[in-house]
Design a protein around this ligand. Structure first.
Ligand code: SAM
Length: 253
């Protein structure tokens, strides 16, 4: 069982997420637990104050350290969790990061709000994480993005393991395009090869499309990906303007 503890002042934010799609199934099946911790429950004053003014002046408020430390102390009583804090300047979240987190049993995600969080909280943080070069009004959407990407990597959450392997970024390449019925819609046809029933050919076509997609849309990824000899032949064919049908004929596949 993987457990996420989300330290937030808006625990209700996670209700829809917990009750939707494969995440809800994973929760119901006891594969994952999402514990949205209300920081107000860890305040000591009667107003349940979670924020305060910023030292040095300036606009806005900051999340106070005490409720976060108290919540952390309780969560980490039995076992030290892996602690993330959402920050726009953190390590950029990507599929590799998601795979790393899928190996951890107990993860805390601290969600900032307002101007952010008192810097002393970093004493309990293992990594700062950003979901991109833009500024959100709080860490909650980032926490949802992170959890969603990690949860689908947990064995047993996504039914077909092959579908994970073919996902964009999993093996360094982008994914391939897919079609469903009807075979012709508004004059647009599903590629013949996908209707051929020839599974070997379909596999080659999908690999071709993955490489083509990556070459056209994210060529930077190709430099970091270990391509097999067959992949290199496909890439060279795409680069030289060969189409799939001519490639099949040329290599007699
Ligand atoms: N004062 C901060 C700054 O100078 O960048 C911005 C604070 S932002 C309005 C409030 C909170 O949203 C942050 O503390 C962080 O938890 C979260 N946040 C904002 N942008 C984010 C991003 N790109 N990735 C992850 N979390 C983000």
């Amino acid at each position: 069982m993987k457990r996420f503890h989300i330290l937030t002042i808006f625990p209700e934010f996670f209700e829809g997420f917990k009750n939707t799609g494969i995440v809800s199934r994973a929760v119901k099946n006891g594969i994952v637990e999402i514990n949205a911790v209300n920081l107000r429950d860890y305040t000591t004053d009667k107003h349940k104050t979670v924020d305060d003014v910023v030292y040095g002046g300036g606009p806005g408020m900051l999340l106070k350290p005490e409720p976060i430390f108290r919540a952390y102390d309780e969560i980490s009583k039995e076992k030290k969790p892996y602690v993330l804090i959402t920050e726009p300047w953190g390590r950029k979240f990507d599929q590799k990061f998601a795979y790393e987190l899928s190996e951890k049993d107990e993860i805390v995600i601290i969600c900032g709000r307002y101007e952010g969080v008192d810097e002393r909280v970093k004493a309990i943080v293992d990594e700062e994480v950003s979901i991109g070069d833009f500024v959100l009004s709080g860490g909650e959407p980032a926490a949802v993005v992170i959890m969603d990407a990690v949860i689908r990597l947990i064995p047993g959450v996504v039914g077909d393991k092959d579908s994970l392997r073919a996902d964009s970024f999993s093996e360094g390449l982008l994914g391939y395009p897919n079609y469903t019925r009807p075979p012709v819609y508004r004059g647009m046809e599903v590629p013949e090869v996908l209707r051929s029933g020839n599974h070997k050919l379909i596999e080659i076509w999908r690999r071709w499309k993955q490489i083509e997609n990556t070459y056209k849309k994210r060529p930077d990824l190709l430099k970091k990906t270990n391509l097999s000899e067959k992949d290199r032949i496909i890439l060279e064919s795409i680069q030289s303007g060969t189409n799939f049908e001519d490639f099949i004929e040329k290599y007699n596949v």
